[in-house]
Design a protein around this ligand. Structure first.
Ligand SMILES: [Zn+2]
Ligand SMILES: [Zn+2]
Length: 396
């Protein structure tokens, strides 16, 4: 039997779980039914170390291998859905209007449950596996991964390495993509309040016009990326919010500018914070105005460490063969909150193909259940690769 066929035996059961979760989506930090479903399934597999209520609705379960002492590795799935009206028209479409699994987290949860069932029965490894079912991957800071790390799951469960996986539309089902170093970007936001002196729009000479100053600041920020950063590094600064007066004939006292910063590395976040403040301050002072500046750090860049990325590639190749694993997949400027776990411990984040489906967060998106055995198989192979024991091919 080919390796993948072993995991196809779990496909119909995992498909039932996945479709049940898809029909019953829950938003961030409200995954009560999902967490109960997960904990009940884990218990039914004979796993007796299950902790619930972590970071609100998070669940962590420990499975000990029969190969003797060894480290504990963490495998993470996210459980939350999005505030989107589903248009997939699938028989298992969301039963809750305005909430849907548009990012495949239903599939992530089902795949980790499938791996849990297999691992709890085979236990063909040294040390332990911590199955991490996290709430709230999607929201702005603070996210579920951040809160679970803050609540000390790495120390409490003795986790030394962590691994994540996300479904990827555009990659063929049965294929994997990963890269060394940053694989997804960081996400920070900033606010600049330009404080001038308002007055009648017909008499601008009696004012310090914050609208004109704000316009100069916005243009000034454009050159930070083009003139002050290495062209081989990835930094995006986008101004997305602008609030001035509500009347035609009033020059306001102040203008509020807001925007977002995306980078591929932490050093670029420090650079962006310092340089945006300096540029805004310099321009404002030149006009006799002041600024108030806030830089709000959210998700860091998702950084794959060398050794763990090699282990992830090896595990995926063991499952589907060398030709089906792209070890140099493109960097994506989107943010992923698994990055917080990768800040706490070394690890790796991999993409699993979902075929030519609509993109994630699209109302017509659906997880492809044909991907389930590949995701389950990857988790099991990863455990056997990282925590390999002398005992092979046994079960029970
Ligand atoms: Zn998402
Ligand atoms: Zn997602």
């Amino acid at each position: 039997m080919r390796d993948i066929d072993i995991f196809r035996e779990l496909q119909s059961e995992a498909t039932d779980w996945r479709r049940y979760l898809h029909e019953n989506p829950e938003l961030d930090f409200q995954e009560y039914n999902t967490a109960r479903f997960v904990a009940e399934k884990l218990a039914s597999f004979g796993i007796n170390h299950i902790e619930t209520g972590i970071a609100g609705t998070g669940v962590v379960a420990l499975i000990q291998g029969v190969g003797g002492d060894g480290p504990t590795i963490g495998l993470r799935a996210d459980m939350d859905a999005l505030p989107i009206v589903e248009t997939s028209n699938k028989p298992w479409a969301s039963k809750t209007s305005g909430i849907m699994h548009a990012c495949g987290h239903d599939g992530h949860t089902a795949m980790l449950l499938g791996a849990a069932k297999h691992l709890a029965s085979s236990r063909n490894f040294k040390g332990s596996v911590a199955l991490i079912f996290q709430p709230a991957e999607e929201p702005a800071f603070p996210t579920g991964a951040f809160k679970m790390v803050q609540e000390g799951i790495m120390e409490r469960f003795g986790i030394s390495r962590v691994f994540g996986m996300h479904i990827a539309p555009g990659i063929e089902v049965g294929k994997f993509g990963i890269r060394h170093g940053s694989i997804m970007g960081s996400q920070d936001d900033f606010d600049i309040i330009v404080k001038g002196r308002g007055g009648h729009a017909a008499v601008p000479s009696h004012t310090i016009d914050p609208v004109v100053i704000a316009a100069q600041i916005i243009m000034g920020l454009q050159t930070l990326v083009s003139r002050k950063t290495d062209p081989l590094e990835s930094l995006v600064i986008s101004v997305t919010k602008l609030n001035a007066a509500q009347a035609y004939n009033v020059i306001p006292d102040q203008v509020e500018i807001g925007g977002t910063v995306r980078t591929s590395a932490s050093s670029l976040r420090d650079f962006a914070e310092k340089e945006i403040a300096a540029a805004a301050q310099g321009i404002a002072r030149g006009f006799g105005a002041e600024i108030e500046f806030k830089y709000l750090r959210s998700v860091p860049a998702t950084f794959n460490s060398t050794e763990e990325t090699n282990l992830a590639i090896e595990a995926a190749r063991n499952l589907v063969g060398t030709a089906s694993v792209d070890g140099n997949v493109g960097f994506d400027m989107g943010a992923e909150d698994f990055a917080y776990m990768l800040e706490a411990r070394p690890g790796a984040y991999i993409y699993l193909g979902n075929g030519p489906t609509p993109a994630c967060h699209n109302p017509a998106f659906d997880f492809d259940d044909e991907a389930l055995p590949y995701g389950i198989g990857y988790w099991v192979k990863l455990v056997e690769t990282v925590l390999g024991s002398e005992r092979t091919g046994e079960s029970g």
